[in-house]
Design a protein around this ligand. Structure first.
Ligand code: ADP
Ligand code: ADP
Ligand code: ZN
Length: 216
C-alpha cells in the first residue's frame, strides 16, 4: 500500500499514520519529522530549514523532494509507505509523480482528513509527543493511560513543538489553504482522492480509513 495523508496542520495525519504503521507494518514518511531531526542534528538541511519552520512557512520544494526521494529508496519502503505531510505544493506533487514512476511505484490512494479550522487550533494547542519514541498525545483528547508516562515506551519525557503556538498556527493554516489545498483538485482529477471525516473521534477516523483501504 502506498498512501498519502493530506490535511491541514493538526488534522490527525500523524496520529492516523502511527496506527497504519502498527496495523500494516509499512513505514511513516513524515517530512516534518525528518526536517525536525535534521534541525536537531544540525545538518546543512537543518540549518536551512529551521527559521522557515519556526515561522510556519514551507521549506523549499528542492529540499523536501530530495529527502523524500532518498527515503523511498530504503528497503523498508519497497512493500509500501505512508507519506505524511508530503507532498504539500503542486511542485512537490508533480515531483512525487515523477519519482514514483521512476521507482515503479503506483499510489494506492490519497486520504484527505477534513477538519474545521477552530478545531485545528485546539488540537495543535494541546499536542505533545513522547521525547523517546515520538508517540503523539493531546492534553484533552488523547492522554496516556498513566499520567506522565508514555503508553508505548514508558518514557516520562515529552516535547512540545516550538511552532505549535497560536500565531505560527495561523501562518501554517494560510500556507495550507494557499499552497496545499490545490492538491485536493489535483488528486481528485486522478481519481485518487478519498475524503475522510477528520472531526470524528480518533478511533472512528481510523475505522473510516480502514473502510476506504479495504475497498481499494
Ligand atoms: P497532524 O499530523 O495532521 O498535524 P496530529 O496527528 O499531530 O496532526 O494531531 C494533532 C493533535 O490532535 C494531537 O495532539 C492528536 O493527539 C490530536 N488528535 C488527532 N486526531 C484527533 C481526533 N480525531 N480527535 C481529537 N483529537 C485528535
Ligand atoms: P503539521 O502536520 O502540524 O503541519 P509537520 O510536522 O508536517 O506539521 O510540518 C512542520 C513544518 O515542517 C511545516 O510547517 C513546514 O515548515 C515544514 N514542512 C514539513 N513538510 C513539508 C513539506 N512537504 N514541504 C515544505 N515544508 C514542509
Ligand atoms: Zn514513548
Amino acid at each position: 500500500m502506498r498512501l498519502i495523508l493530506l490535511g491541514p496542520p493538526g488534522a490527525g495525519k500523524g496520529t492516523q499514520a502511527q496506527r497504519l504503521v502498527d496495523e500494516h507494518g509499512i513505514p511513516q514518511l513524515s517530512t516534518g519529522d525528518m526536517l525536525r531531526s535534521a534541525v536537531a542534528g544540525g545538518t546543512e538541511v537543518g540549518l536551512r530549514a529551521k527559521a522557515v519552520m519556526d515561522a510556519g512557512k514551507l521549506v523549499s520544494d528542492d529540499i523536501v523532494n530530495a529527502i523524500v526521494s532518498e527515503r523511498l529508496d530504503q528497503p523498508d519502503c519497497q512493500a509500501g509507505f505512508i507519506l505524511d505531510g508530503f507532498p504539500r505544493t503542486l511542485v512537490q506533487a508533480d515531483a512525487t509523480e515523477k519519482m514514483l514512476a521512476s521507482k515503479n511505484m503506483a499510489l494506492s490512494c490519497v486520504l484527505e482528513l477534513r477538519v474545521d479550522d477552530d478545531v485545528l487550533v485546539d488540537r495543535i494547542g494541546g499536542r505533545y509527543t513522547c521525547a523517546n519514541c515520538g508517540a503523539g498525545y493531546h492534553d484533552e483528547n488523547l492522554k496516556p493511560a498513566t499520567e506522565g508516562v508514555c503508553d508505548k515506551c514508558g518514557s516520562t519525557e515529552f516535547n512540545r513543538r516550538p511552532d505549535d503556538n497560536p500565531e505560527t498556527v495561523r501562518t501554517r493554516l494560510q500556507a495550507y489553504y494557499k499552497e496545499t489545498s490545490p492538491l485536493l483538485g489535483y488528486y481528485y482529477a486522478k481519481g485518487l482522492l478519498k475524503p475522510v471525516d477528520g472531526m470524528a473521534k480518533i478511533d472512528a477516523v481510523t475505522a473510516q480509513i480502514d473502510d476506504v483501504l479495504s475497498s481499494l
